[in-house]
Design a protein. Structure first.
Length: 402
């Protein structure tokens, strides 16, 4: 198969966490396109977000590179497209197959600017064995969730290990609840926030935070979440002291490594007593853009198309233990994330909340406010007000820089 160019080469830069996935894709691409020379480099998240935009502006960036979905950091699709650093991909073959539920974080302006590759989710991951020990089943209602917390306590366990000593973990329960309390009835909430017609304080975020603290008061979580790290939480589940944990889908692999004999299942965290309302945060976790000023466009487009193909998607996600961002019937998903697969097909997922925020300050404020809530040094009203202030400050900064 020919690339149709005499300058057949493409340079790729990816996150170091995706090395195994990208290596599998590159090996297959080279077999399909033996005339295209592919070189790949890897960097960590901080380096990519800090250096990649400057390299693009200086004309020293690779042809294809990791791009973060949505907004919130300098290497996100909206931030890079704003500076006209991404090539438009609207007419590439994969673009028509992007589910509507993830377009808010793959598209910018009026077009598609990244190929979404992998899909992850945030929800409750239960140990099947420990759940059976307490005589429970995965709850479908918020009342059922609280009842399961009580059942776990009767058996000397907690329902969820919660590692809020690791700052990024603080957001997960809120996100899992907000998917329902906000987006089930207000799917355009992010757009309305951007227009100044909604606020965190006057939305379902208040209900979600109330439930988060209610779960703490009901003994659903680890005894001292602010002194419990992410790894501590995994250990509690592996040792059977906790029935499960609220985490990203990738934590399933970490739990299996810690407890090889256990079986795990992921499910949406219910926030109401109406199961049909329940949503789960499901979002693109890896995406790639094409340098708008690439000198190797034909070869780079061929590589982008391969990433968006059924073969490319399956290779990437089979190796990485995630789901294809572009669903297809030939991918055999891990049974642990069966519900996520079905919700992805049904359209009952919503983007990760921070992917639509104007910059990372909102997320950092959310981290600190949840920690303050658990420490008892603030209340929900003040926490949401602080997030609204950070959001507006981010919008003002964004407007000034555009």
């Amino acid at each position: 198969m020919s690339s149709g160019t005499s300058d057949a080469q493409v340079s790729v830069m990816a996150n170091i966490t995706d090395k195994a996935s990208m290596s599998a894709v590159v090996a297959a691409f080279r077999k399909a396109h033996p005339d295209i020379r592919v070189t790949v480099s890897y960097a960590d998240t901080n380096t990519l977000q800090k250096d990649l935009p400057d390299r693009l502006r200086a004309g020293k960036a690779p042809d294809v590179f990791t791009v973060w979905p949505g907004n919130g950091n300098p290497a996100s699709v909206i931030a890079l497209e704003r500076d006209r650093l991404l090539d438009v991909l609207t007419l590439r073959p994969f673009a028509r197959r992007i589910p509507d539920s993830i377009r808010p974080v793959t598209d910018a302006d009026v077009g598609t600017y990244v190929v979404p590759v992998s899909f992850s989710a945030i929800g409750a991951i239960y140990s099947s064995e420990t759940l059976e020990t307490i005589g429970g089943t995965r709850p479908r209602t918020y009342s059922g969730l609280l009842a399961l917390c009580e059942a776990a306590r009767r058996h000397g366990k907690v329902l969820f290990a919660l590692g809020n000593a690791s700052a990024w973990v603080t957001q997960l329960v809120d996100y899992a609840l907000v998917a329902t309390t906000v987006y089930a009835h207000d799917p355009d909430f992010d757009t309305q926030m951007d227009y100044g017609k909604r606020t965190f304080a006057r939305s379902g975020w208040r209900q979600a935070m109330t439930e988060y603290l209610d779960m703490r008061e009901r003994g659903c979580f680890s005894t001292d979440p602010l002194s419990t790290t992410y790894q501590d939480a995994l250990d509690q589940v592996a040792e059977g002291r906790a029935v499960g944990t609220v985490q990203v889908a990738g934590a399933v692999a970490a739990l299996r490594s810690a407890a090889p004999g256990m079986h795990f299942r992921m499910a949406a965290l219910p926030a109401t007593d109406q199961p049909d309302e329940t949503r789960i945060p499901g979002a693109v976790s890896a995406a790639y853009g094409l340098n708008a000023h690439s000198r190797h466009h034909p070869a780079a487009r061929a590589f982008i198309d391969f990433l968006g193909s059924e073969q490319g998607q399956n290779l990437y996600n089979r190796t990485g233990g995630t789901l294809p961002a572009l669903p297809n019937n030939s991918f055999s998903a891990d049974p642990a994330v069966e519900e996520v697969v079905q919700r992805q097909k049904d359209g009952t997922t919503v983007p990760f909340m921070d992917q639509r925020w104007p910059n990372s300050a909102v997320q950092q404020t959310h981290f600190s406010q949840v920690r303050a809530l658990f420490a008892g040094t603030t209340n929900i009203a003040h926490a949401l007000a602080a997030m609204d202030e950070a959001y507006q400050r981010g919008k003002d900064t964004d407007t000034a820089s555009s």
